[in-house]
Design a protein around this ligand. Structure first.
Ligand SMILES: Cc1ncc(COP(=O)(O)O)c(C=O)c1O
Length: 452
């Protein structure tokens, strides 16, 4: 075992140390090389060393270098050293985070992390919380609690009786709600298309003048951090309007909620603590390894009532039993990595990480603007939308940037404009990474044929 794990650690370290030298996207030959793994099921055993070597030789080159400092696609966080190391140790522990009895350490670290997170994210200290796979499941989990609470107030027990015959619910989302919110509504039997979609402004923020009149029971979904622009909905105003009508306000803050941890950016989430539930990702801005999402609910009871499970063989205790708050029973012990990330960063380290990445985003925007490119959004956080000219030129630039390999950015359409997205969300990004990426973009721009 020792030799094998030392070998795994050596392979992982070699991989991370070589990241700076390799192209960010895997080379075509490396991706094609994955076919070597597509073999018939072996009839007998293979030594673990051979399996590991095969994985490293064929698999490592076919990865996206998202752990490095020049991956700016989607909104991916890196893995902080402490969180990655804790992930390895926790892997060896092989803990099931379902119950206190199956993993006292996982259970306690969830409790500690939850308390620290509520403090850092400026959420009410008594919130219930769930450690899930990602923001999609966090939206689902928090909205399950919302569905329970608003229907219970209308005299309906949705867990017992389902939705057939339930009082009609008013659901409000925005034009710019992330699709995972709509998917969650669909998974909850509330329908992906039944929600009223509120128009948004030029940055993707809900227009207050377009909010519909609300009547109980109702759930309003707002957003901290638009996937394209990084913009924030006006939480304080929406919460005040919604709460007057006893509506539940849910915040999808997959990455934007972390702005609360930075004194420079906390104003962006002003009023967010007035909501009833929140979803975020630790695998985004807290930089834990995949996968790690977090759901918080102001009143832990509806979360518990939506997720509770009993069986004769499962101990019912007076402590916080993790699986009484999550969709899953058996579960990876994500609280361990969250704890390690928070314990290693501390309050100032997390603030510094958020502020550094926001500075990186502004550095990109300034450099590209100075070169004559158009920045389509107000760069308030860590998202930059760039147009290199007409749609064909922008698409061609995205393709060239991805193939060049110095960095990696994806594309999008923002309010009818074709754009490249730059998202800065990793502890591993340095100013040099930004400058090197900018240089390569501008060099490629010089050689791109303008399509008219
Ligand atoms: C605002 C928002 N909500 C939800 C999600 C989904 O997160 P996950 O992929 O972790 O499920 C994302 C992903 O980028 C997001 O930006």
């Amino acid at each position: 075992m020792r030799l094998l794990l030392d070998r795994a650690a050596a392979a992982a370290t070699r991989y991370l140390e070589n990241l700076d030298e390799r192209a960010v996207a895997p080379r075509t030959e490396a991706v094609e090389g994955l076919q070597e793994l597509n073999e018939p099921l072996p009839e007998g055993p293979t030594s673990p060393e051979v399996v590991l070597d095969m994985l490293d030789r064929v698999g490592s080159p076919a990865t996206m270098a998202a752990a490095g400092g020049r991956f700016f696609g989607f909104v991916h966080g890196g893995s902080l050293p402490a969180a990655l190391a804790a992930n390895w140790l926790a892997g060896a522990w092989d803990q099931n985070a379902a119950l206190f009895v199956t993993s006292p350490v996982a259970s306690v670290l969830e409790e500690v992390s939850l308390r620290w997170l509520l403090d850092l994210l400026q959420l009410p200290p008594g919130c219930g919380g769930a450690f899930v796979t990602g923001a999609t499941m966090a939206n689902f989990t928090a909205l399950a609690a919302a569905r329970h609470a608003v229907l219970q107030r209308a005299g309906w027990d949705v867990e017992a009786d389902g939705l057939i015959g339930a009082p009609p619910l008013t659901l409000v989302v925005s034009d710019e709600s992330h699709p995972s919110v709509l998917k969650s509504l669909g998974m909850l039997g509330l329908g992906r298309q039944r929600a009223l979609r509120i128009p948004t402004d030029k940055q993707g923020r809900i227009r207050l003048d377009a909010l519909p009149a609300l009547s109980e029971p109702a759930i309003v979904c707002v957003q901290a951090g638009n996937i394209n622009t990084g913009a924030f909905d006006p939480f304080a105003e929406i919460c005040a309007i919604a709460h007057e009508k006893h509506a539940w306000v849910h915040v999808d803050g997959a990455f934007g909620l972390w702005a609360a941890a930075s004194p420079e950016h906390a104003h962006l989430v002003a009023g967010v603590g007035e909501a009833d539930s929140w979803a975020t990702d630790a695998h985004k801005w807290l930089n834990t390894p995949y996968d790690c999402g977090l759901a918080f609910v102001r009143d832990a009871r509806p979360l518990n009532q939506a997720m509770a499970l009993t069986a004769a063989y499962i101990p019912q205790t007076s402590r916080r039993e993790p699986s009484q708050f999550t969709p899953e029973l058996s579960r990876r012990a994500r609280g361990i990595e969250v704890w390690a990330a928070l314990r290693s960063l501390g309050r100032s380290g997390l603030a510094d990480l958020v502020e550094r990445n926001c500075r990186h985003a502004r550095r990109f925007a300034d450099g590209l603007r100075a070169a004559g490119c158009e920045i389509l959004n107000d760069v308030v956080l860590n998202q930059v939308l760039v147009s290199f000219g007409d749609p064909a030129t922008t698409l061609s630039m995205i393709d060239r940037i991805q193939k060049d390999g110095t960095c990696w950015c994806g594309g999008t359409t923002w309010q009818g404009r074709t754009a490249m997205r730059i998202s800065t969300c990793s502890w591993a990004i340095t100013d040099e990474d930004v400058d090197r990426s900018l240089d390569s973009m501008l060099q490629l721009l010089g050689s791109v044929p303008r399509v008219r």
